[in-house]
Design a protein around this ligand. Structure first.
Ligand code: LLP
Length: 425
């Protein structure tokens, strides 16, 4: 459920017409609904109410400070993957004991910053990282809180670019090496062995891969238990999909939670009241945001019509990168217009610069506004300055008010860090 709805044929975000924001802020812009974020988070959190848990929203999905602050107020913790994301969650005042740090390539500097802040867990992905963590923690006179990220080798049945839980993927510690590495980690003086982590991919639309992965890691947890290595945390990552297209419904968070909790119920981990950690990103932010763009030109090709927007693949990369489907809605709905197969494209000189191919859409005219739906996750965060295009503004709506939560970049800002050869100071 979200709060992007038509009233009198005008598309609103909560109680603000998107048209009004476009007039004030210009286009393109991302628009987030605070109430939708809160609702998605609450539904997800409540679904796990029956077990001790911590929901660490995956910052990479949408890292705007206002979004993080909204979720923090709801009780969220955060899953981070860089020093930059650490700085963001520190900026909104997230206490260290609600932060987990994921990623295959943590640098020494990143590890040090996180150790100094005293985060809850490092999700460690290699032997090398484990030893580096041990050394750095020793130098700081601390113990590093560690979970090992295990690659359970299950097929998440999602787009290959966003599948991470297969043996051939770069992520995690190979399942068959896990026990040995736990034994080794248990001997390291500056490592506090606290958990097991796994994340198998993103935009999963079936429950089976999640359940399969959980079964695999539970076997491991049980073996560890028998060896006298009981773990306090089980982090099951993120990955639950969202509906991008009508009729293709991924499981509701309640179903997802009950499948996982049922599987866990009789494990020694659950009986010891171990804490479950989840790292949802897309399911919280995806349908809480839209990208609003204006039609610059409507062009009749030989076979079809092209709508050329003022937004491009640099603003929303998902269609180009994953051939992803995003619904496209008129901001002002007008009836009686004939629907035609339309390519919705951006201004950038590559054929990958599109939002939709052969989409049945009503006639639009130059100057009309469109909303690209489900753009709240992996939208703005993946945008770039390709073609020296300033990144667009981000707006958040709260009830009948809105605020710009990230200003549109200026061209001056884009040039600021550059200099001619020899002219830098
Ligand atoms: N935890 C870890 C360790 C992850 O790698 C990810 C996502 C998440 C949690 C959050 O997953 P979610 O709940 O959002 O599915 N750019 C791609 C998605 C990449 C996801 C990367 N990892 C896209 O636009 O579809």
């Amino acid at each position: 459920m979200d709060h992007f709805v038509y009233r009198d044929n005008q598309l609103y975000c909560e109680r603000v017409p998107l048209e009004q924001i476009a007039r004030a802020v210009g286009t393109p812009f991302y628009c987030y609904s605070e109430q939708t974020l809160q609702h998605h988070f609450a539904v997800f959190r409540d679904a796990f109410a029956a077990a001790p848990h911590l929901i660490c929203y995956s910052v990479k999905a949408n890292s705007n400070l206002a979004v993080l602050d909204t979720l923090l107020q709801q009780g969220a913790g955060f899953d981070i993957v860089s020093a930059g994301e650490l700085a963001r969650v520190q900026r909104v005042g997230c206490p260290p004991e609600r932060i987990v740090f994921s990623g295959v390539g943590k640098t020494s500097q990143e590890i040090r910053s996180a150790l100094e802040y005293g985060i809850l867990l490092f999700n460690v992905e290699s032997v090398g990282e484990l030893h580096r963590l041990n050394t750095l923690a020793g130098l700081l006179g601390r113990r590093a809180p560690v979970a090992l990220r295990i690659n359970p080798d299950v097929d998440p049945q999602t787009h290959p670019h966003i599948s991470t839980g297969l043996r051939r993927n770069k992520f995690g510690i190979p399942y068959n090496q896990a026990l040995a590495l736990y034994r080794e980690a248990a001997t390291l003086p500056h490592v506090e062995l606290l958990g097991l982590d796994c994340h198998i991919g993103s935009q999963l639309t079936a429950l089976e891969p999640f359940v399969d992965a959980l079964r695999r890691v539970l076997l491991l947890l049980n073996s560890l238990e028998r060896e006298g290595i009981p773990l306090r945390y089980l982090d099951l990552g993120g990955g639950l999909g969202i509906p991008y297209e009508e009729g293709r419904l991924p499981p509701h968070p309640r179903l997802y939670a009950s499948a996982l909790l049922a599987e866990l119920a009789h494990s020694p981990f659950a009986q010891r009241q171990g804490t479950l950690i989840l790292e949802p990103g897309r399911v919280i932010a995806g349908n809480a945001g839209v990208l609003v763009a204006r039609v610059e030109y409507s062009k009749e090709g030989e076979e079809k019509r092209f709508l050329i927007l003022d937004a491009g693949m640099n603003d929303l990369l998902r269609p180009a990168l994953y051939n992803a489907h995003h619904a496209i809605l008129p901001v002002a709905r007008r009836f009686g217009r004939e629907e035609r197969a339309t390519d919705v494209v951006g201004p950038i000189c590559e054929s990958g610069d599109f939002f939709a191919h052969d989409r049945l859409l009503p006639t639009f005219q130059e100057g009309d506004l469109l909303a690209v739906r489900s753009a709240g996750a992996y939208g703005f965060v993946m945008s770039s300055n390709y073609n020296t295009r300033p990144r667009v503004a981000e707006v958040m709506v709260r009830g009948d008010r809105f605020a710009v939560v990230r200003r549109r970049e200026s061209i001056e800002q884009l040039l600021e860090n550059e200099s001619l050869f020899g002219a830098s100071t």
